[in-house]
Design a protein around this ligand. Sequence first.
Ligand code: 5RP
Length: 216
Amino acid sequence: MDVGREKQLAAEAAAELVEDGMLVGLGTGSTVAFLLPALAARGLDLRCVSTSPATERAAGELGMRIETFAGAGAIPRLDIAIDGADQVAPDGWLVKGGGAAHTREKAVAAAADRFVVIASSDKLVERLSPPVPLELIDYGLAATLARLGDVQLRDVPRSPDGGVIADYLGDVGDPAELAARLSATVGVVEHGLFPSAMVSDVVVGRGEQVEMRRLR
Ligand code: 5RP
């Protein structure tokens, strides 16, 4: 399996879903790295927001127009957002945040009318499993870690919003239950479980084929 090729095929197929004049959310990661040139090559008039400094840099180098998504005066909604995933369950639940960008990625996905996930076929799993990425506030960190239980701090820089990156290593079980528990834990800014209700399409590269599944 050529994972890179599968990512490229999925990304190029997703780029075709974008239409002239759209407000577009750009995810983060190696699959999105294939999306950016495919999108730029279409020469559409787009306004984009990025989910990480790395994506903002890469998109800027391709001449794409990146707007801020911060502050009360920023773009309030997006037509489409396209992003990779670490795991995609059969029902459309995702684990994201392998690149520690899950907080911004979730904010962008939630603001988009259509959230398209792009992935190589190795990202398809029968059941979601740990690690589940977390972003935590530094204040009270030791107490937050104690409340969460099976968590390991990740040796990476803080998020652009100052959050501490960690991974929940306990069983996922029912992702909705774990998502609710993590969201309810004081000190957790965001976690990497994305509900299927947030996902519009899953675009998967498999060999030289692309499988496109519309969820809503
Ligand atoms: C970054 C993410 C990425 O979308 C996820 O890790 C997949 O990455 P890649 O496309 O490199 O396989 O959630 O926070």
